[in-house]
Design a protein around this ligand. Structure first.
Ligand code: GAP
Length: 465
């Protein structure tokens, strides 16, 4: 993780939030390459779940919502994590994390169970002091709306994007008149005042979610659940995650959210353990029913065929975008040995090798699919030709970059580190012999010559999946 975090900073993927002020725990700023990677993931998700389907309605709801939303959804009363406080330093910790770190399986444990276990094991805070009782800590960020600071103006930063869809259910029904089954999809920020943000992007206080609320007749919930189970896994393939690192966990009743009748967690083998990447939940008619009751607006659906009126049930696949970025990065991070300057520097008795770090990203998510170089920066004839090749490629694939900084070995290393699958070099043979350009494969360093007229086809075939 340390090597990856330092690569992310060094190469402009991800920086600590508000870094020049010493940072702000649980926040991360994406730099140009991080944004490119994240946008590629969003595009792939939106294509699979919205554009390629006829039954999905995309929305982009406001982050601030009427506070009644959060009373109806159950977040005001119950969106909490178990907290313990160091009685001396007053620092707060997640009780379940302390227990897990001490080898306790916390699944299904109540607050009282955790309290008893902490006492039984004599657990101390990480600062070495005694701990207070375990209590619930609501994770929503409160904020004041408007100029007054009295209770009536309190709202919350949304802790999930889901509710922005439930409150717009009727708008979609009234404007598009969809027949069941249909879904709503949204990508956007969510905020949680995590007690202990940790593991880089894994547990942050501000993060993005990609969520679907899919509405069905209750008789169809099982079939729809299975459908999305396959679709979630297909998405992990689209973004190139190693399939054997993705696991399904059937969540036991005691560990499910109170509104869920069935939940599967999709876990991923992160360097810090097998942890939740995504969730798939059968939320029943809980949310629409609650919003109907609290808003006094009828959120039922009339089925023309059966002449029945009912509140649709909901299947929810929920994806953390930043956790996806992290999974993609840790999965792609590789180290190997390669020729120090790839053949340009030979020592007596054999070639010099050096450790190489590279990101084996799928071309579909890589910030750049191709980098174009002139072999030498100070030869205008090479630079001009390389610029022509760059412009030609850029017309068909927008994420191409031009690099003439440093020597060729350094450029290869730089592109390897940011995960560019192919490097195209214009050399003297390109100009003098008309033998095309060299194309170097990131994963094995092998080079082949490709004629310029065939380059677009080559790139589309190899770097466009
Ligand atoms: N609408 C359902 C919902 O929000 P959740 O399991 O609380 O369910 C869904 O969150 C996904 O959001 C998680 O599977 C994870 O990918 C992501 N997520 C949740 N909390 C997060 C955090 N603090 N930092 C980063 N991602 C988080």
């Amino acid at each position: 993780m340390e090597s990856l975090i330092s690569l992310c900073k060094r190469r402009g993927f991800i920086f600590q939030g508000s870094e020049i002020y010493g940072g702000l725990a649980g926040t991360w700023d994406y730099g140009p390459l991080g944004v490119a990677l994240k946008n590629n993931i969003k595009k792939i998700w939106w294509k699979r779940f919205v554009d390629d389907r006829d039954d999905m309605y995309g929305v982009d709801a406001a982050l601030l919502m009427n506070p009644r939303t959060w009373e109806a959804s159950g977040h005001v009363a119950g969106f909490a994590d178990p907290l313990v406080e160091d009685i001396k330093t007053k620092r707060r910790f997640r009780a379940d994390h302390l227990l897990e770190d001490a080898g306790v399986d916390v699944k299904g444990m109540t607050l009282a169970d955790m309290d008893a276990k902490i006492k039984e094991k004599g657990l101390k805070s990480p600062d070495g002091n005694a701990l207070g009782p375990v209590r619930q800590f609501n994770m929503m960020f409160k904020t004041n709306i408007g100029a007054t600071e009295d209770g009536s103006s309190i709202s919350y930063l949304r802790p999930e994007t889901a509710q922005g869809m439930f409150v717009n259910f009727k708008n979609i029904l009234d404007t598009f008149h969809p027949k069941l089954s249909f879904g709503m999809a949204q990508i956007g920020k969510a905020f949680r005042n995590e007690i202990a943000p940790r593991d880089f992007l894994f547990r942050a206080r501000e993060f993005e979610q990609m969520e679907i609320e899919y509405f069905v007749n209750p008789k169809d919930w099982e079939k729809t659940f299975e459908h999305f189970r396959t679709e979630v896994l297909a998405f992990t393939q689209d973004i190139g995650l190693t399939q054997k690192k993705v696991h399904e966990l059937e969540v036991a009743e005691a560990d499910r959210a109170f509104y869920s009748k069935r939940t599967i967690d999709f876990e991923f083998d992160f360097p810090f353990g097998k942890k939740e990447l995504y969730g798939l939940a059968y939320r029943t008619d809980y949310d629409l029913k609650q919003h109907s009751e609290f808003s006094k607006v009828d959120l039922s659906y009339f089925d023309e065929e059966s002449k029945e009126r009912f509140i649709p049930h909901c299947i929810e696949p929920s994806f953390g975008l930043d956790r996806t970025v992290l999974a993609v990065l840790v999965d792609a991070y590789q180290e190997d040995e390669m020729g120090a300057e790839e053949g340009s520097k030979e020592k007596e008795g054999g070639s010099v090798t050096e450790k190489r770090v590279f990101l084996k990203l799928a071309p579909s998510v890589a910030p750049y699919r191709v980098a174009v170089f002139p072999l030498l920066k100070n030869k205008p004839v090479l630079v001009e030709k390389a610029e022509d090749v760059y412009k030609m490629l850029k017309k068909v694939i927008p994420n191409v970059t031009f690099d003439d900084n440093g020597n060729i070995g350094k450029r290869y290393r730089r592109q390897d580190e940011i995960g560019t699958p192919y490097c195209v070099t214009v050399d003297f043979d390109t100009i003098e012999k008309g033998t095309g350009v060299t194309v170097r494969d990131r994963d094995n360093g092998k080079q082949e010559r490709v004629m310029i007229e065939e380059l677009i086809e080559y790139v589309m075939k190899n770097a466009h999946n």
